[in-house]
Design a protein around this ligand. Sequence first.
Ligand SMILES: Nc1ncnc2c1ncn2[C@@H]1O[C@H](COP(=O)(O)OP(=O)(O)OP(=O)(O)O)[C@@H](O)[C@H]1O
Ligand SMILES: [Mg+2]
Length: 151
Amino acid sequence: MNEYIVKTNNTEETLQFSKELAQRLQPGDVITLEGDLGAGKTTFTKGLAVGLDITKNVSSPTFTIIKEYNGRLPLYHMDVYRLEDSYEDLGFDEYFEGQGVTVVEWAHLIEEQLPNELLQIKITHGEENTRILTITPIGKRYEMLCKELFA
Ligand SMILES: Nc1ncnc2c1ncn2[C@@H]1O[C@H](COP(=O)(O)OP(=O)(O)OP(=O)(O)O)[C@@H](O)[C@H]1O
Ligand SMILES: [Mg+2]
């Protein structure tokens, strides 16, 4: 499996990268975000929203599992951290198969419910404001996307 590594030195660089990624996204695309508390998953999602021409500020959903934003494409922002039972089905499929882009924070918690093809992004802390993004495309669509993005 191909893997792409992106190192960002501050919040701005992460926002810039996810914004550029978002400009290439298509209806039905799914991105999973993994990483410790404060790694930058929501920050990454904020950049995605900007790249999808969403004007509303994306916030970290505290009690809401799924939030929807309207832009060039709809953005479905899921944060499943507080899901009590990982087998609880909140109709995730309808989002994954929908006409928008779905981004899932803490996606491994609903591993069984994820689609077979997706763009997996793991964020780890480096020193201070450095973050390492490890991007793994799973499926042809996402391999193509990465080839374009990292060309
Ligand atoms: N290079 C960087 N990339 C992303 N965020 C960074 C970076 N450097 C510093 N930060 C800061 O780290 C914090 C990341 O918080 P964020 O809410 O995005 O994390 P999270 O992974 O969503 O956490 P949670 O698990 O609580 O949802 C923000 O305050 C952001 O400004
Ligand atoms: Mg978050």
